[in-house]
Write a new protein. Structure first.
Length: 70
């Protein structure tokens, strides 16, 4: 997954990799990584922990700059 620097790009990447995810839900929760995790879990019948692992390891490029700016 390429490095993404905006929520819109992140939504595009997530939707490309996980087509079951509702783009509109992700856009409504802009910047909310917990909502992203919940939406992925629901779309793929995963536990929250499994989805959190996916977000942590696969989408870390987006999370890291956000954490550094806090």
């Amino acid at each position: 997954m390429p490095i993404v620097t905006s929520w819109r790009n992140l939504v595009d990447e997530v939707a490309a990799k996980f087509p079951e995810v509702n783009r509109n839900d992700l856009h409504c929760h802009e910047g909310d990584m917990a909502a992203l995790t919940r939406i992925l879990a629901e779309a793929h019948d995963l536990t929250f922990a499994e989805a959190a692992e996916m977000v942590t390891f696969r989408l870390a490029q987006f999370v890291e700059p956000q954490r550094l700016s806090a």
